[in-house]
Design a protein around this ligand. Structure first.
Ligand SMILES: NC(=O)c1ccc[n+]([C@@H]2O[C@H](COP(=O)([O-])OP(=O)(O)OC[C@H]3O[C@@H](n4cnc5c(N)ncnc54)[C@H](OP(=O)(O)O)[C@@H]3O)[C@@H](O)[C@H]2O)c1
Length: 249
């Protein structure tokens, strides 16, 4: 008999954590053992999600007494950094979707993951389309020598540019052996947007545009479920690339 993977979702009341959390609650090989939020702490998740789950939202990770769980985090950078480090010290594996960490924060999470020998997945974009676009952009960058990145998100998104756009600029910069800051990234924040990205390559007499649109946040669930299933196999290192997690069909 296989036991299910215990999971705690931080940000379960948020736009993304809600969709990802519901997918976890429905996964036959996972068990939602806890959930974390800020304003909604103390609320019953079943009322918030209209799903038959018996979990009360907590404010802090220390309020959850599970001996082990995978922490799935879609919150905001500052509280996420504290929570993620606390989870690592408890020996939990982590799957982090929250974006906007500083280089120092990423570095110290990386060191703690090695020190405590836990599994970690930190991916700026868990959607399949964004990852495929990275592979295609890498190919195009062998033939085009200039590109600009456009990203558009809903106006409540806190970080700018998006983690996905920053990663795309980094990928192109590495390919062209230049600094990522030399690749222009344009950001739009407007109500009505979800998550959209285009990379426009240009050369003599022509442009090539690649575009990816997330129409709703269920787009992230497949990648997160795969990460939860695989994270314990990555003990001692942080996985930043969705390609290590998703399998081709
Ligand atoms: N990697 C990816 O594929 C991906 C995809 C989409 C989004 N993201 C990232 O995920 C994060 C969340 O995005 P979102 O659009 O879902 O945001 P959101 O709708 O604003 O949700 C934020 C969530 O975090 C909780 N929260 C905020 N501060 C907290 C604190 N101090 N302690 C505990 N919980 C706290 C909120 O709780 P309350 O509702 O109770 O206040 C809410 O549940 C962002 O960093 C975003 O960039 C990543």
């Amino acid at each position: 008999m296989t036991t299910s993977i215990p999971v705690v979702v931080a940000g379960a009341s948020g736009k993304t954590g809600r969709e990802v959390g519901k997918a976890i609650a429905h996964a036959p090989d996972m068990e939602l053992v806890g959930a974390i939020a800020a304003h909604y702490a103390g609320s019953a998740l079943k009322d918030l999600w209209s799903e038959p789950v018996s979990v009360i939202l907590q404010r802090n990770l220390s309020d959850i007494d599970a001996p082990y769980a995978v922490l799935v985090d879609f919150t905001e950078r500052h509280s996420s950094y504290q929570r993620v480090t606390e989870a690592i010290v408890r020996g939990w594996d982590i799957v982090v979707g929250t974006t906007g960490f500083s280089a120092d924060e990423r570095g110290s999470i990386d060191s703690l993951v090695r020190q405590y020998h836990v599994g970690a997945v930190m991916i700026a974009n868990f959607s399949l389309g964004a990852w495929v676009m990275e592979q295609l952009a890498q190919q195009a960058s062998r033939y085009f020598k200039k590109a600009e990145v456009l990203e558009a998100h809903t106006d409540t998104k806190k970080d700018k540019p998006s983690g996905t756009a920053a990663r795309m600029a980094q990928i192109l910069a590495e390919s062209w052996e230049i600094n990522a800051v030399d690749i222009p990234v344009h950001s739009i924040r407007l109500p009505g947007m979800v998550a959209h990205q285009a990379v426009v390559f240009g050369t003599m007499g022509q442009t090539l545009t690649m575009r990816h649109d997330v129409h709703d946040r269920t787009a992230y669930a497949q990648g997160v479920l795969a990460a939860v299933r695989k994270v314990s196999g990555f003990r001692g290192r942080v996985v930043y690339d969705l390609g290590e997690i998703i399998d081709p069909v």
